[in-house]
Design a protein around this ligand. Structure first.
Ligand SMILES: [Zn+2]
Length: 293
């Protein structure tokens, strides 16, 4: 029987860029870790576990904080680690925000693949959803239910012709992974001034985000997919879900959710004890090879 083993990276990886919201230059190192250490950010010597317990802000990105230190916009990197099946890693960072790179998760994944994946000794641990859970905020909701595999669906409903009313499901197929990992973050030109007044999006540009003006895409290269925005929402959802600390097995459906509701969903899973932690060898009917990119 194939049982999935825990993973880390083969060697240290350096990634440089700027923060989308802070606009600050940042250097980040992905450093190999060993079994059961989990994913941890290290900022000025403070170790901040990539865990929902430390998630403190959700405005247009997800922030982790501990002992007065913070790391912002962790979600695209977290999605990349989920996709590459990395369970254990130290992420040393010299500024407060993860580099935005091209606005998607694909550059992180390319760097990780270039360095290579190191398979550790211990079996991977999955969080298997055992009962239905729903969180709501007005007409927005996220639901989770038991399933033999992992699926993440996002249903967008925007008053915008390009984004409109669209749904996308990630279901662990190779093409889904490429689709979701390559989808870039987006914003509306009308929002940019408001975001910048709030001290956000200072590093934003057409290099790292899709910008809409009404129904028009301002980026000269256009969209990577006609439903790129909804695929990006799936990417954010997957990254935030990984703050549970373990990859999920279950089906998750988000209707208009964002980082705040994603975090509320993960907290609800924990407080309701709606999942069981299982070693891969204890789980039947799951094709683990399909669960990682
Ligand atoms: Zn995002």
């Amino acid at each position: 029987m194939y049982c999935a083993k825990q993973r880390t990276v083969k060697r240290e990886i350096e990634i440089k860029g700027i923060g989308l919201h802070s606009g600050q230059p940042v250097k980040m190192k992905l450093i190999p870790a060993t079994d059961h250490e989990g994913i941890n950010f290290v900022r000025d010597g403070v170790v901040i576990p990539a865990n929902i317990e430390y998630a403190t802000a959700f405005d247009f990105s997800t922030t982790l904080s501990k002992d007065g230190k913070q790391v912002r916009t962790v979600e695209h990197l977290m999605a990349a680690l989920y996709f590459t099946g990395i369970d254990n890693l130290y992420v040393e960072i010299d500024a407060e925000e993860v580099p935005i790179l091209d606005g998607s998760a694909i550059e992180f994944i390319r760097k990780i693949r270039e360095a290579g994946i190191h398979t550790l000794r211990e079996e991977k641990i999955y969080a298997v959803i055992t009962e239905e859970v729903v969180v709501k905020d007005g007409d927005k909701f996220i639901s989770g239910a038991p399933s033999d595999t992992f699926t993440a669906t996002y249903h967008a409903r925007y008053n915008n012709r390009v984004i409109g009313d669209k749904k996308y499901t990630y279901s662990c197929m190779k093409e889904d992974f490429e689709n979701v990992a390559m989808a870039r973050t987006y914003c509306f030109l009308e929002e940019v001034e408001m975001l910048q007044k709030m001290g956000l999006a200072k590093g934003g540009s057409l290099e790292n985000a899709v910008v809409f003006e009404g129904d028009t895409v301002l980026n000269p290269e256009g969209l990577r997919f006609e439903d790129e925005p909804v695929k990006h929402k799936v990417l954010d959802l997957i990254g935030d879900l990984y703050l549970l600390g373990f990859p999920l097995i279950g089906s998750v459906y988000s209707f208009k959710g964002g980082h705040r509701l994603n975090a509320a969903f993960v907290r609800e899973l924990l407080s309701r004890k709606a999942f069981e932690l299982k070693y891969s060898s204890q789980i039947d009917r799951v094709d683990f090879k399909r669960l990682v990119a």
